[in-house]
Design a protein around this ligand. Structure first.
Ligand SMILES: Nc1ncnc2c1ncn2[C@@H]1O[C@H](COP(=O)(O)OP(=O)(O)OP(=O)(O)O)[C@@H](O)[C@H]1O
Ligand SMILES: [Mg+2]
Length: 118
């Protein structure tokens, strides 16, 4: 099993929910977060960098959505491809996908383990 941690633009949440639902992922966890990438949060919609005069901090945090989903190993590449196809705008700030190994899972109600618990 792998956990995909997606950091996406808020307006792409519905698209991502739909993709994960189509893959019968079993579940997902969504949070509202703040973050920045290599532009340190200073970027216009067209991708150009802002100069904010008198702004004391060097890092600006932008609202993002974090999606956590644990999936079967064999689904990982397909899901990543589909998410990139539908979520990439080509502009800075499209987000990231982090992938982690998951050792085990337990469905608390039944005690099922591993893939069966997803
Ligand atoms: N290395 C990182 N560690 C943790 N979170 C990150 C990292 N990079 C990006 N993020 C999260 O992803 C969000 C979107 O990042 P973003 O897409 O701007 O990355 P980027 O590396 O700047 O790529 P791009 O140049 O396409 O904008 C950030 O606001 C932050 O929440
Ligand atoms: Mg960026």
């Amino acid at each position: 099993m792998k956990e995909l941690v997606l950091i996406i633009r808020p307006e792409k949440l519905e698209t991502v929910k739909q993709i994960l639902d189509n893959y019968n992922c079993g579940g997902m966890t969504i949070s509202s977060v703040m973050g920045c990438g290599t532009q340190k949060g200073f970027a216009n919609a067209d991708g150009s960098i802002n100069e904010i005069k008198g702004f004391k901090t060097t890092i600006n945090l932008l609202p993002k959505i974090r999606v956590e989903v644990v999936v079967h190993d064999e689904k990982v590449e397909e899901i990543i491809t589909e998410i990139r196809d539908l979520v990439a705008t080509g502009r800075v700030g499209d987000g990231k996908i982090f992938i982690r190994n998951i050792e085990d899972a337990v469905r608390i109600r039944t005690g099922e383990r591993g893939n069966k618990a997803l």
